[in-house]
Design a protein around this ligand. Structure first.
Ligand SMILES: [Mn+2]
Length: 242
């Protein structure tokens, strides 16, 4: 199992990352057309939370098969992985948007769990100006290298591994304390997980979940070559959760 996936530079097209999808695949398709996304050349990286809450969660396996679409594992994928083995209570899962999967036949639940279990915790993308890291919630180590080394360390104790995975998929600490210190050894880190009214950068950590599944929410894309977001980031940070 590779918990880190590495992607070479895209020499033929553009690379984008998009915020939490949460079952809004049809809206995402429309927005990709609006940015003239070219599936022959361009690549789309997802910060995870592909499913739950939105109407199109059942399209997730189809999307994961697309050769230009690459996702890290979010906490909602984590719940879908745990559910078939009895490590996620159905009522709690349904309250968090998982009702569509609770109602799925068991074979499909297992198929979804297996597919999500293949998703990495972190993705690295090479760009002209350095490596960009992608993780659902946060880089829980002082440096990106330390984080990658921890994810790749097969000898790590289960307890330490669990703590790193949990922080990577669930933490909101950087946003909550408005930690501007960033991650020193990568060009940028792209995260989702905490919906914000506008995309925002804390140091070089870019928060791009603008809650497409929520009322008044929308999809934010970030171009990995330029680090420009669509729509653009305001100069002033806006932190009110939506
Ligand atoms: Mn999340």
């Amino acid at each position: 199992m590779n918990f880190v996936k590495h992607y070479e530079k895209n020499t033929v097209g553009r690379d984008f990352a998009v915020g939490d999808i949460h079952g809004m695949f049809r809206l995402l398709q429309t927005e990709l057309e609006n940015i003239s996304f070219d599936p022959e050349r361009d690549r789309l990286f997802s910060v995870g939370d592909l499913v739950d809450r939105g109407p199109d969660s059942d399209l997730v396996l189809e999307w994961l098969d697309k050769p230009w679409f690459h996702a890290v594992r979010g906490n909602h994928e984590d719940m879908a992985i745990r559910y078939p083995s009895g490590n996620m209570i159905a009522s709690n899962y349904a309250e968090n948007g998982g009702a569509w999967n609770v109602m799925n036949p068991r074979e499909l639940q297992i198929q979804i769990s297996d597919a999500f279990n293949c998703l990495p915790i972190a993705i690295e993308v090479e760009t002209d100006d350095g490596i960009i890291g992608i993780v659902h919630a946060d880089c829980p180590c002082a440096t990106w290298q330390e984080f990658v080394a921890a994810l790749e360390d097969a000898k790590m104790s289960n307890k330490t591994r669990k703590a790193i995975f949990e922080a990577a998929m669930w933490s909101r600490e950087r946003v909550q304390i408005e930690d501007q210190s960033g991650i020193p050894d990568v060009r940028a880190v792209i995260v989702g997980h905490t919906p914000l009214p506008r995309p925002a950068a804390l140091g070089n950590v870019y928060h791009i979940d603008t809650g497409a599944v929520f009322r008044n929410g929308y999809f934010t894309f970030i171009n990995l070559a330029t680090l420009e977001t669509l729509p653009p980031m305001p100069k002033q940070l806006e932190w009110e959760a939506i």
